[in-house]
Design a protein around this ligand. Structure first.
Ligand SMILES: *[C@@H]1O[C@H](CO)[C@@H](O)[C@H](O)[C@H]1NC(C)=O
Ligand SMILES: *[C@@H]1O[C@H](CO)[C@@H](O)[C@H](O)[C@H]1NC(C)=O
Ligand SMILES: *[C@@H]1O[C@H](CO)[C@@H](O)[C@H](O)[C@H]1NC(C)=O
Ligand SMILES: *[C@@H]1O[C@H](CO)[C@@H](O)[C@H](O)[C@H]1NC(C)=O
Length: 312
């Protein structure tokens, strides 16, 4: 069977991952949003999940709220040392849903932010799939306390035809001024501003005057080789959380993977095992393919593992 693996997730910098006093993924408060995962009109087979991992010796009591009018507040408990999948409905909670995306690059503001709070510290993933699971991705939700005020988008370099790349930002506080590229908008808490474009949005700078969350990717991006598209989404790391050392590990069953890197400093040189794989300026991006490697850079970068198409 042919299966498409175009998983896209953050590689947390090795510096981050190995710092004893800094565990940025476990917390009590999260905000996020889903952007449109359908490249055609709604299909009613979208599955949206908030996946909560409770690694405590005690029950975590969770409350999920949203500014979306037809969303009903969810209260659930997650047993000690276990993972719970919380369905998020209705599927129209996705930014720029249904698939009537004009993709003209203009900001659209919607009340579609989601907030998840827990009485014990937990880790949260946001998962979306369409077409019965054929187009799927999950992203790690950054804790609200680690949200920043400056991000650089990473989207598919192979958007095709009428399949949009997207950036969606979610405000954490009222009166958050956000600038996406050259457009500015003011949001209240849990409002979402999104843009969709058939062009490349990688390298787009997103900034604000208060901490906010930013998610980017593609409604259905192609991998390499160019076979079948898949939903791709990642919650971006703020510039302050970027690193200069990463452990690049191919996804299971593969010996190489594609990566995309963005920088916010000119003359940034990215190397894998000592060989230069990209030289980029602020606001630029590059894609490269490597095997298992230690990736280093002379200035902080955001490195995204895109994955690779595999045939099994
Ligand atoms: C977990 O909590 C229970 C009840 O509070 C306690 O009896 C037990 O020793 C705890 N286990 C660990 C591994 O901390
Ligand atoms: C989406 O497009 C279809 C077909 O053009 C139309 O029937 C439908 O009303 C549109 N939905 C929205 C929300 O604009
Ligand atoms: C997006 O960028 C890639 C390479 O960076 C290029 O090959 C492709 O033509 C671009 N697509 C669009 C729609 O600009
Ligand atoms: C980075 O390089 C670009 C293009 O060469 C230049 O326009 C820009 O001013 C430079 N930015 C900085 C911060 O030096």
């Amino acid at each position: 069977m042919k299966s498409v693996r175009t998983l896209c997730f953050l590689l947390v910098s090795a510096i981050f991952a190995h710092a004893d006093n800094n565990v940025p993924t476990i917390a009590n408060d999260f905000v996020f949003t889903f952007f449109n995962s359908h490249n055609t009109s709604p299909l009613s087979d979208a599955l949206l999940l908030a996946i909560v991992s409770n690694n405590n010796n005690g029950t975590a009591n969770i409350i999920v709220t949203s500014s979306y009018l037809s969303f009903t507040t969810i209260r659930v408990s997650v047993a000690p040392y276990s993972v719970l999948k919380i369905p998020i409905t209705p599927e129209s909670i996705q930014a720029q849903f249904p698939g009537n995306v004009t993709a003209d690059g203009h900001i659209i503001v919607e009340d579609k932010g989601i907030r998840l709070q827990s009485d014990l510290p937990v880790a949260v993933y946001a998962h979306a799939e369409a077409y019965g699971g054929y187009s799927t991705d999950s992203f790690l939700v950054l804790p609200a306390i680690h949200l920043g005020m400056q991000y650089v988008a990473v989207t598919s370099t192979q958007p095709e035809g009428t399949i949009a790349n997207m950036i969606a930002v979610v405000a954490y506080q009222d009166n958050t001024q956000v600038k996406i590229g050259t457009q500015t908008v003011t949001l209240n808490a849990l409002q979402v501003a999104s843009v969709a474009s058939y062009g490349n949005l990688s390298g787009t700078v997103i900034s604000g005057n208060k901490p906010f969350g930013a998610i980017s990717g593609c409604t259905c991006g192609f991998g390499n080789p160019h076979e079948g598209c898949s939903y791709e989404a990642v919650m971006l790391l703020p510039g302050s959380g970027w690193g200069t050392q990463f452990a690049a590990i191919p996804l299971m069953y593969l010996s190489t993977n594609w990566y995309q890197v963005v920088a916010n400093t000119n003359n940034t040189i990215v190397s894998a095992e000592g060989t230069t794989v990209a030289t980029i300026n602020a606001g630029e991006y590059r894609e490269f393919q490597i095997g298992a490697a230690l990736v280093t850079s002379n200035n902080p970068v955001q490195l995204i593992q895109i994955g690779q198409v595999s045939f099994k």
